[in-house]
Design a protein. Structure first.
Lengths: 109, 112
């Protein structure tokens, strides 16, 4: 079965609204990353967060290992946040990350 | 820092032709990875090198795909006898050991 599941698959927000993206995984892990894929395709690492909570600007990632889930919270969304958010899991030192299918976010004015 | 550089950005080949994709990792990064992205399969791991040595190629289709890293400044992914199902965006990434992957812009391969 699929090792990494992301929800929702897609999301439309009004500018200024908050969003909570979920990533659930079926295997134990040591490494976990959130990526943002721009509409034109380039990928940017947002967080390396195998456990606990990390924040960067309007983004907050929380990973709870024992519950096999991670979330990405986007506050005060902006139109430029539009794109696809991907989570990926792996084992420490093993870069064979398994990616989720992503959440497609569209922020409208 | 120019980031990870992939060339070409787009490549169109005829069925049965060979395609070579190039990747220049971030200077100083010891690990280089190749991934493939399609709408149906999403992002799939292909192979990775550490300090130029092949570490894990478990994601590589065995018969027509090969990857090399002849020096620390570039890696190549070669696909022989390309087939329509090879059409995808091929992404290269590098890492300096902080468990963070830095991706290139990708090469979009279209096999006609």
């Amino acid at each position: 079965g699929q090792q990494v599941q992301q929800s929702p698959a897609s999301l439309v927000l009004q500018e200024g609204e908050n969003a909570e993206l979920q990533c659930n995984f079926s295997t134990s892990l040591n490494s976990m990353q959130w990526f943002y894929q721009r509409p034109e395709g380039s990928l940017v690492s947002l967080f390396y967060n195998p456990s606990g909570t990390k924040q960067s600007g309007r983004l907050t990632s929380t990973t709870v290992i024992k519950e096999r889930r991670s979330s990405l919270h986007i506050s005060s969304s902006q139109i430029t946040d539009s794109g696809t958010y991907l989570c990926a899991i792996g084992r420490t030192g093993n870069y064979k990350y398994v990616f989720g299918a992503g959440t497609r976010l569209k922020v409208i004015a | 820092n120019a980031g990870v550089i992939q060339t070409p950005r787009h490549k169109v080949t005829g069925k049965g032709q060979e395609a070579t994709l190039w990747c220049e990792p971030i200077s100083g990064h010891s690990a280089v990875f190749w991934y493939r992205q399609t709408i149906v399969q999403g992002l799939e791991f292909l192979t990775y090198f550490r300090n130029q040595a092949p570490i894990d190629d478990s994601g590589m289709p065995k018969e027509r795909f090969s990857a090399q890293m002849p020096n620390q400044s570039h890696s190549t992914l070669k696909i022989q006898s390309t087939q329509p199902q090879d059409s995808a965006v091929y992404l290269c990434a590098s890492s300096g050991g902080q468990n963070t992957l830095y991706f290139g812009a990708g090469t979009r391969l279209s096999v006609l």
